[in-house]
Design a protein around this ligand. Structure first.
Ligand SMILES: [Zn+2]
Length: 147
């Protein structure tokens, strides 16, 4: 890539869990690859899908959305994504419930940012079933309810 090619940018909300942000998880690199972008702006929350479910009127949630709006205006990102993960201390529910909640949360964020339901990609991070492998966490899209 030459220096004149505009870089594609994503804005991502994900959990603050240290296991995702450990170098062995390669979370940033995997997010860029999955979303087809060069760079990701990352907003972290504890159990972000739970924050939307349980605290959508809270100061914490409005603060997060405010940061995302600020980056949207400043950087004109190409992609938005919402990441939840299994075994989340901030939102301790079953894996199947995370699959549902991240989709609901992505729709909620999309409504808040764009007044449209499907502009934010819901993604699940899950532990690599090969416990000795790197990356230690893998990503999957879960937009099964998208129109
Ligand atoms: Zn978490």
């Amino acid at each position: 890539m030459n220096n004149h090619t505009p870089r594609k940018v994503a804005v991502v909300i994900t959990c603050m869990d240290c296991r995702l942000h450990h170098p062995d998880a390669q979370h940033y690199t995997q997010l860029c690859d999955l979303l087809g972008v060069d760079d990701c702006y990352i907003e972290t929350e504890a159990g972000p899908d739970g924050a939307v479910m349980k605290e959508h009127d809270s100061e914490r949630w409005h603060g997060a959305v405010k940061n995302l709006v600020l980056i949207r205006e400043a950087k004109k990102p190409d992609v938005f994504a919402f990441v939840a993960h299994y075994d989340c201390a901030g939102h301790p529910v079953s894996d199947a419930q995370h699959d549902q909640d991240v989709q609901t949360a992505a729709r909620g964020l999309s409504d808040a940012l764009f007044a449209e339901p499907h502009k934010v990609t819901p993604i699940i991070a899950y532990p690599n079933p090969d416990a000795d492998a790197t990356p230690t966490w893998l990503l999957k899209r879960v937009d099964t309810t998208a129109a």
